[in-house]
Design a protein around this ligand. Structure first.
Ligand SMILES: Nc1ncnc2c1ncn2[C@@H]1O[C@H](COP(=O)(O)OP(=O)(O)OP(=O)(O)O)[C@@H](O)[C@H]1O
Ligand SMILES: [Mg+2]
Length: 282
């Protein structure tokens, strides 16, 4: 080949290479931009999730204030009776040291109960991003103690397996898990009252095998209509009136269990009602 021919070939190849390089650069830029966009999308999504969790916390907080009021009614009554009684005792000349000591003890006990209630609720709402090892049964106990003491008045029987499974511990966000338990129990309570079921109960069961720890919530509320059962975990899906439900309870529960705690949550209908099962891999 002549020198000229070599040069032509060389130039041609250089041009091709240059074009390829430019194409590659353009593609790399495109990829980079797509990546930035994806990151932005992901940030936006997790921001939206934070907002949802926050909203749900706010509505739970409203319920919390109702529950505190309910828990305080009894001790407040007792304290005001004790104080009224004290004046009477004074008028009748019964107000000796022993009497005063008794009254003091009773009043202090009631105040302590009220102050403990506040502490319980405050702990309940402390946000923590730290994963800790906790007993799922203890969490359920706490939610029942704080929120469902009025279930007797509502005629709802909340049954829990009597077996001691305190050792069923999982690693995760304890307070978020409490919110999940609260959401499920509230949904059952709502449906039992809304449908005016005669025999109202919620049954909470724990189990485990070599790979999983499971907890299930079953109620006697008649179940979820088959047309909507696939939609109930979607954000903002609700069958409730707007001031009774926002439709984020189950969406948030699923996010917490599946994204934050690597578990699963599923639902099915039994003969008598709905049953939600949560499983955590061991
Ligand atoms: N135990 C249940 N039995 C029957 N239907 C249920 C049950 N739990 C949930 N549902 C249905 O699923 C829907 C979605 O529940 P979800 O908890 O996500 O929202 P919500 O309860 O309507 O509102 P909120 O955001 O206040 O929780 C409910 O509106 C209800 O129709
Ligand atoms: Mg709900």
């Amino acid at each position: 080949m002549s020198e000229d021919a070599w040069k032509r070939r060389f130039d041609r190849e250089r041009k091709v290479r240059k074009e390829a390089e430019m194409l590659l650069e353009a593609k790399a830029l495109e990829l980079f931009q797509a990546n930035v966009k994806l990151k932005e999308e992901m940030e936006k999504r997790s921001e939206q999730e934070r907002v949802l969790i926050q909203q749900s916390k706010m509505s739970a907080m409203g319920e919390m204030i109702g529950s505190i009021a309910h828990q305080w009614r009894q001790p407040l009554n007792v304290v005001s009776l004790l104080v009224a009684d004290m004046l009477e005792a004074y008028e009748y000349g019964d107000l000796d040291e022993e009497y005063l000591k008794d009254v003091q003890r009773d009043i202090m006990e009631n105040i302590k109960f009220m102050s403990d209630t506040i502490d319980d609720f405050r702990n309940f709402f402390q946000v923590s991003n730290q994963k800790i090892l906790f007993s799922i049964k203890e969490v359920v106990d706490e939610v029942l103690r704080l929120y469902f003491h009025e279930s007797k008045d509502l005629n709802i029987d909340i049954k829990m397996e009597k077996i001691t499974l305190e050792e069923l511990t999982i690693l995760g966000l304890k307070n978020e898990f409490k919110q999940v338990v609260l959401n499920l129990l509230n949904n059952s309570k709502d449906i039992l009252l809304e449908r005016n079921v005669r025999d109202k109960w919620i049954f909470i069961e724990f189990s485990q095998n070599t790979d999983y720890i499971n907890i299930s919530f079953e109620d006697s509320g008649g179940g979820i209509p088959i047309e909507i059962i696939d939609k109930i975990f979607q954000p903002y899906f609700t069958t409730k009136h707007e001031d009774r439900g926002t439709g984020i309870g189950l969406y948030m529960s699923k996010t917490i269990i599946e994204d934050n705690m690597s578990g699963t949550i599923s639902v099915s209908n039994t003969d008598i009602g709905a049953k939600f099962v949560i499983s955590f891999p061991k």
